[in-house]
Design a protein around this ligand. Structure first.
Ligand code: MN3
Length: 205
């Protein structure tokens, strides 16, 4: 069977300081993300071979093929693994801040009217997600940009939408530094977005 493993971060744990502190990054990666990986592997251990070997993105896009006994675990921990693997790559070290540019800039301006309007809508999606979840910029099946939020570790792939940018708004992602001030964390997120990666995701099939 496919055994999932924790991916390395593409930067040091302190690379996102002071926006996201080193301790939060370390616990988030080595404890929270590792747990999703472990529990995904444990759930799949009892699955039929074709399910074990199916691409995780395809599984999440078509959860009904997963045996009912492990479907919830695959949704939560498979989603958790995929969402976090993407999230790490969407952050840019504070030493090398990125300006939005390229095709994503053009499409954001066209779709939302301006970057500020996009930021406002994305922030609202993040701040209004009650409890734990994610805010997303996604590409729909017809190739349109859209802002959504999802509960828990649900992936946009479950709605047939491709994630281009995602923000983890679980308290574990920000509580040590920001406590209850999620809006401040969301505001600061815009300073550490890896737009190069977003452009790559937009360009990929
Ligand atoms: Mn998280």
């Amino acid at each position: 069977m496919t055994t999932y493993t924790l991916p390395n971060l593409p930067y040091a744990y302190n690379a996102i300081e002071p926006i996201i502190d080193e301790t939060t990054m370390k616990i988030h990666h080595t404890k929270h993300h590792q747990t999703y990986v472990d529990k995904l592997n444990a759930a799949l251990a009892s699955a039929p071979t074709d399910i074990q070997n199916k691409d995780l993105k395809l599984l999440l896009a078509d959860l009904k093929v997963v045996p009912e006994a492990i479907r919830g675990a695959v949704q939560n921990h498979g989603g958790g693994h995929l969402n976090h693997s993407l999230f790490w790559e969407l952050l840019a070290p504070t030493s090398a801040p990125q300006q939005i540019s390229g095709e994503i800039k053009t499409q954001i301006d066209t779709t939302f009217g301006s970057f500020d309007k996009f930021k406002e809508q994305f922030s609202a999606a993040a701040n209004n997600r009650f409890g734990s979840g994610w805010a997303w910029l996604v590409k729909t099946k017809v190739g349109k940009l859209e802002i959504i939020n999802t509960a828990n570790q649900d992936s946009p792939l479950m709605q047939g939408k491709k994630p281009l940018l995602g923000l983890d708004v679980w308290e574990h992602a920000y509580y040590l530094k920001y406590q209850n001030k999620r809006a401040e964390y969301v505001e600061n997120f815009f300073k550490i977005i890896n737009w190069k990666k977003v452009n790559e995701l937009l360009a990929a099939k």
